[in-house]
Design a protein around this ligand. Structure first.
Ligand SMILES: C[S@@+](CC[C@H](N)C(=O)[O-])C[C@H]1O[C@@H](n2cnc3c(N)ncnc32)[C@H](O)[C@@H]1O
Length: 207
């Protein structure tokens, strides 16, 4: 998807188990942080690193493409970002272990749009996956979605009530005017092209 495999990627991930966890052990002191945040599909890590500088807490990032995860890991290691841990693999495969944790927010930035209808069930914002994410949230916590893709934006808005959740806020033209926000690689790329960014904040009903 992202071009040729980088030879250094897998060895680099393996050489940094302090940053790139080999399994999700919820009993690690790292996860005892008062504030805990999750980003699914971190890409090259610009968002998680940028946000951690603005919003104190501990951050967990999951990414299934080893090439880009290694690029993110290198930034985390070289920048000595002790408040970030990374996991290699698909969100779904960690769901059970994630169940032992409760997050203050879950971030989905420019998730793969899977445009063909037969692939919509793979979208991170399909109702059953949103519902599973909501189980990982503390009371009052949010799932925050950004995308350039109109199809994914509209689909997500439809899925929110199906998951028993509430759309607290949505805009088709987000101005990057929230203090506690950071720009991912994809957001920067789309903004440079002058494309509108869509943003949705999702919360659990009654919280
Ligand atoms: C389009 S890229 C956006 C990357 C980054 N969030 C950004 O905004 O620059 C989507 C990323 O999410 C990752 N991804 C998609 N589905 C995932 C899943 N189920 N679990 C983990 N990573 C996933 C992909 O490998 C890819 O790197």
């Amino acid at each position: 998807m992202r071009g040729r495999r980088k030879k250094w990627a897998v060895p680099y991930l393996e050489e940094h188990p302090e940053t790139v966890l080999t399994e999700l052990d919820a009993s690690l002191p790292f996860f005892a942080s008062d504030k805990l945040y999750l980003e699914v599909g971190i890409g090259k890590g610009d968002f998680i690193i940028g946000l951690s500088a603005k919003q104190p807490g501990h951050y967990l990032g999951i990414e299934r493409e080893e090439n880009v995860l290694a690029m993110a890991a290198r930034k985390v290691v070289e920048g000595s970002h002790e408040d970030i841990r990374l996991l290699s693999g698909d969100f779904d495969e960690y769901l059970e272990d994630l169940g032992a944790l409760r997050f203050d927010a879950i971030y989905l930035n420019f998730s793969d749009p899977w445009p063909k209808k037969k692939h919509w069930k793979r979208r991170l914002t399909v109702a059953n996956r949103l519902k599973a994410m909501a189980e990982l949230l503390k009371p009052g916590a949010k799932i925050i979605v950004k995308t350039d893709n109109v199809g994914l934006y509209e689909f997500t808005l439809e899925q929110i009530p199906l998951a028993g959740l509430v759309c607290e806020y949505e805009t088709a033209d987000y101005q990057f005017d929230e203090e506690r926000d950071a720009m991912s690689e994809y957001e920067r790329r789309f903004r440079d092209l002058g494309q509108p960014i869509h943003r949705i904040i999702i919360r659990k009903e009654g919280e």
